[in-house]
Design a binder for this molecule. Structure first.
Ligand SMILES: [Zn+2]
Ligand SMILES: [Zn+2]
Length: 279
C-alpha cells in the first residue's frame, strides 16, 4: 500500500456536534477594504478557526516551500466523475471544468465516468471509504495532471469520522469529493457550493493552506452553514499564490470569471468581480 505524505480532510466530520456549540454571539461588523477584501475578526465559537488553531501561510512561506506547481509537464486539470455522478451531475461537472480554467489558469478536462469503487462500500454505514478511494485514484493520475479530482454522488467517510465531504493527497495531486450533501433545489446554490469545493480543494492540492486572515474561499469550515458564509473569491494573499503558481494574469482571470458568474446566476460574485475590473 502506498504511503501518503500529507492528507487533507474536508470539513464537517463532526459537524453535528459543532453545530450545537455555535452561539448567538454577535459577529463584529467587518468591512470590505477598497479592494473588496474583508479581514477576519475573532472566530465565533465552534467555527473552524475556533476549533483548529492554524498558523497563517504567507506568500513568502508558500513560494519557499515544496509546492505542487504548474509546469510544462504538469498543467492539466482533470475532473473524474465516478459512477452515476457522471449522469446525475452532468451540468455542474461541466461548470466545474469551465470554472477551473480561469480560476487556476489551466486547461481543464471532464473525463468520461469510471465505475464507482464498490469494493470500498461499508454496507453497514452505507458509505464509501474516502481514504481507500484516494489510493485507487492515485494509480490513475495522468502524468500531465496538475490536479486530478474524483467526484461522486455517494456519501463518504474516513476512519473516526461520521462522514467527510472528501479527502485529498497533495503528494499524489489527487482528491475525491462527494456532492451528495450539497444537493438543494436552489440551482445557483448547488453550483456555488460545488465550485467552492472545487476551488478550495484544488487550492489545497496546489499546496495552499487554510486562510485565517481574510474572508476567502480557502477558509476552513466545520459545517455547511459555515462554508456557505465564505466567499467564492481568493483573498489577496492566496490570489498572489495562485498567480505565482500558474502564471495567469489577474485581470484576465477576473475578465473570464465574470461572465461565468453572470451566466450561472451567481449575482453577488459577478458584481464583486465587475468591481475589481473597474479598478
Ligand atoms: Zn480545506
Ligand atoms: Zn485567503
Amino acid at each position: 500500500m502506498r504511503k501518503r505524505a500529507l492528507v487533507v480532510l474536508t470539513f464537517a466530520a463532526v459537524g453535528g456536534l459543532l453545530l450545537f456549540l455555535q452561539t448567538t454571539q454577535a459577529a463584529p461588523s467587518l468591512q470590505e477594504d477598497e479592494e473588496g477584501f474583508t479581514k477576519l475578526g475573532p472566530p465565533k465559537r465552534g467555527e473552524w478557526r475556533d476549533v483548529f488553531k492554524e498558523a497563517p501561510q504567507s506568500y513568502e512561506k508558500y513560494i519557499a516551500g515544496g509546492v505542487n506547481r504548474k509546469s510544462e509537464k504538469r498543467k492539466t486539470f482533470y475532473i473524474q466523475p465516478l459512477g452515476t455522478a457522471g449522469k446525475n451531475y452532468k451540468e455542474v461537472l461541466e461548470r466545474m471544468g469551465l470554472y477551473a480554467e480561469p480560476f487556476f489558469g489551466v486547461t481543464a478536462k471532464v473525463l468520461e465516468p469510471i465505475p464507482m469503487f464498490e469494493d470500498v462500500l461499508d454496507a453497514k454505514r452505507g458509505q464509501y471509504d474516502a481514504s481507500m478511494i484516494i489510493h485507487l485514484l492515485a494509480d490513475r493520475v495522468p502524468d500531465d495532471a496538475l490536479v486530478y479530482i474524483g467526484i461522486t454522488d455517494k456519501d463518504l467517510y474516513s476512519e473516526g469520522m461520521n462522514f467527510v465531504f472528501g479527502e485529498a493527497s497533495l503528494s499524489w495531486r489527487c482528491g475525491i469529493y462527494s456532492l451528495v450533501r450539497y444537493q438543494t433545489k436552489d440551482e445557483a446554490l448547488f453550483t456555488r457550493r460545488s465550485l467552492k469545493l472545487l476551488s478550495h480543494e484544488s487550492g489545497h492540492i496546489l499546496s495552499i493552506e487554510h486562510c485565517v486572515t481574510y474572508a476567502c474561499v480557502m477558509q476552513g469550515a466545520n459545517n455547511l452553514r459555515e462554508d456557505d458564509s465564505h466567499p467564492m473569491h481568493l483573498c489577496p494573499i492566496d490570489l498572489k499564490k495562485v498567480l505565482w503558481n500558474t502564471g495567469i494574469d489577474r485581470d484576465e482571470r477576473y475578465r473570464k470569471l465574470q461572465p461565468l458568474y453572470e451566466k450561472w446566476g451567481l449575482k453577488p460574485e459577478a458584481a464583486w468581480v465587475a468591481k475589481r475590473l473597474g479598478k
